[in-house]
Write a protein that binds this ligand. Structure first.
Ligand code: DON
Length: 578
């Protein structure tokens, strides 16, 4: 905590410096907000550094910190806190997430700041006396929340890699909470969708205090005070101090779920990232308790084995091949994956060539859909046992950071901590609340992801880095619940195999199969390709059109050594840098 003590003295100076940084950042740095139309967006390039996120305020903050000489970790911490203010549907201090990063000159690292189940949680907590799921209990309200991990996560990153003072990194967020940020059209649509839930749980609250119009400014004074305390006292405030007291008071008034022991015992954990090779590119990704890394590496291996590069992009054969291997990976996810501190995960077996070759034996070059009912999780020898947000940062010192963070649904549990002004997650729904019963993303699970006190719920978040010849080539990730893994997969295929630019890749329509339900999900824009859809139906797929899949924030090193942003036009994503 030594860095925090000295911080008090610099607090006033920091406020002034940061405010000035913001005023000037938009003048000095390019900032590209992507168009909301379905037309192709223009690419945004920089030479030195770049930050891409779901909000221009966060990306500009990241770029301003990098301009000031901070590194990618400094920028990422500041961006995480700014997203907690300006993107309250997913950015958070009441949730959790994962980071995969390349610190300059060191081995890549992975940080797990995922929420965990309170000690009162148990396997049947969301079931009634007859053993049936109590509708909504794991999704809305106080009991849907896991112990938040984000503040610990940011502090871990700060202790290991930051070069700037902790409080300086939180000042930008405090400014946005105090002085407000401008609501976009998409913000207002999302707020309207959750307004009833927010009102029913909290009564009058800052998010529904008026009929918002695009361009209105939303201020969050309680959140500003919470962030000021965190700036002064670090995680001690959130897990043991005044903010902890506010969380516990909130909980005591509504069923006594998360308590002081839960908060005091929470810790973020460093994990070893998963690595694999795909057509010679090194893929560095998130291990459990995310399922993302294992599933991604499984799919990439199987696709290389099936010579995906010989199949024309977005042809019938392409969609069929990708969808068939997606089913296999999601079937394994349902059985084998969970919190590695509670179950033994057969990672090596699941990623072994032998096993994966056997998994695709029946496929050859697939020409028809295999019904999901004919697919099961593989057999392993010796085995025992839609709101989130992603941001990517690269600096000019060789550091690269990929963070996905979440409160699960939009506005999480809808619980706003009284006096604290922040929203608690509803991450408990990511557990298998009853074996074989699907969660809000249609995902099923069993024993491996059953609820236990102190256990972390299985995630699909897939923050990922790609290296080529030892140098960072791509930083990528997305929100999207179950569709996160297949969204990241499609970004890798589009760029690494089909030579697309990063923005071009984000603009491509997406599809998704997760084994169960046995449905091929497609974005609306596929409707323009009727012939293709007919042949997919003929091959045995049940097609379903759905809302946009994923909101990617990515960065690519181009062949002429510049950085290209991928800022998804499905959201208000934006890039900034120099
Ligand atoms: O950790 C997970 O996999 C989910 N809680 C992510 C939720 C999500 O991406 C919702 N956003 N669209």
């Amino acid at each position: 905590m030594h860095k925090i003590i000295s911080v008090k003295k610099t607090l006033c100076l920091s406020v002034v410096v940061c405010f000035l940084l913001f005023v000037f950042s938009t003048i000095f740095f390019g900032c590209k907000k992507q168009s909301t139309s379905l037309n192709k967006s223009n690419s945004f390039y920089t030479n030195e550094y770049m930050a891409v996120s779901a909000r221009k305020e966060a990306s500009e903050t990241g770029a301003a910190i990098l301009h000031k000489g901070g590194n990618a970790f400094d920028a990422a911490i500041a961006m995480h806190f700014v997203l907690a203010v300006t993107y309250p549907q997913a950015g958070n201090i009441g949730g959790g997430g994962f980071m995969v990063a390349q610190p300059t000159g060191e081995a890549p690292v992975a940080l797990d700041f995922r929420e965990q189940a309170p000690h009162k949680a148990h396997e049947t907590i969301y079931l009634d006396d007859a053993g049936n799921v109590i509708p909504g209990m794991s999704v809305i309200g106080h009991r849907s929340s896991g112990i938040p991990g984000s503040v610990w996560g940011m502090y871990e990153i700060y202790q290991r890699y930051a070069t700037m003072a902790w409080s300086d990194l939180i000042q930008p967020a405090i400014q946005y909470a105090q002085h407000g940020f401008v609501l976009t059209e998409k913000d207002i649509v999302e707020l309207q969708e959750v307004a009833k839930g927010l009102d029913s749980i909290n009564g009058p609250n800052v998010f529904t205090s008026k009929q918002w119009k695009p361009g209105d400014t939303l201020k969050q004074p309680d959140l500003a005070k919470t962030l000021q305390r965190i700036a002064l006292y670090g995680p001690k405030d959130f897990y043991e101090g005044e903010t902890a007291r506010l969380i516990i008071q909130e909980m005591q008034q509504h069923g006594n779920w998360i308590d002081s022991t839960d908060l005091k015992t929470y810790k973020a954990k460093w994990r070893t990232p998963l690595t694999g090779f795909f057509y010679g590119f090194e893929i560095i990704t998130m291990p459990p308790p995310s399922s993302g890394g294992i599933a991604l590496l499984q799919m990439l291996y199987m696709l290389e084995k099936l010579n995906i590069h010989t199949i024309p992009f977005h042809s019938m054969q392409y969609i069929l091949t990708v969808a068939e291997i997606e089913k296999l990976a999601y079937a394994d996810r349902s059985k084998y994956l969970g919190d590695p501190d509670f179950i033994s995960i057969p990672t090596d077996s699941l990623l072994s060539k032998n096993y994966l070759n056997k998994r695709i034996n029946h496929l050859g070059i697939p020409s028809v859909a295999t019904p999901a009912s004919e697919i099961e999780p593989g057999i392993i020898n010796g085995y025992e046992s839609e709101e989130t947000t992603h941001f990517s940062v690269v600096d000019n010192k060789g550091n690269a950071v990929s963070i996905t963070t979440t409160i699960n649904s939009a506005y999480g549990s809808k619980v706003i901590v009284k006096g604290g002004g922040f929203i608690l997650n509803n991450e408990m729904d990511d557990f298998a609340i009853k074996p074989g019963v699907k969660n809000q993303f249609g995902l099923i699970g069993g024993k491996a992801n059953a609820i236990q006190p102190g256990k972390r719920m299985l995630s699909s978040m897939t923050p990922t880095l790609v290296k080529e010849n030892g140098r960072i080539k791509m930083i990528v990730g997305s929100p999207g619940g179950a569709t996160i893994i297949t969204t990241v997969l499609q970004q890798l295929l589009n760029v690494l195999i089909y030579n697309q630019g990063m923005q071009e890749s984000c603009d491509e329509p997406r599809f998704h199969h997760q084994w169960l339900p046995d449905v091929l999900y497609l974005e609306e824009s596929w409707k323009e390709k009727q012939e293709l859809l007919d042949s997919l139906e003929k091959a045995g797929y049940m097609l379903q059109f759905r809302t946009p899949i994923g909101r990617v924030s990515a960065i690519l090193r181009t062949s002429d050594n510049r950085w290209e942003a991928g800022a998804d036009r499905r959201g208000d994503n934006a890039a900034a840098g120099k």
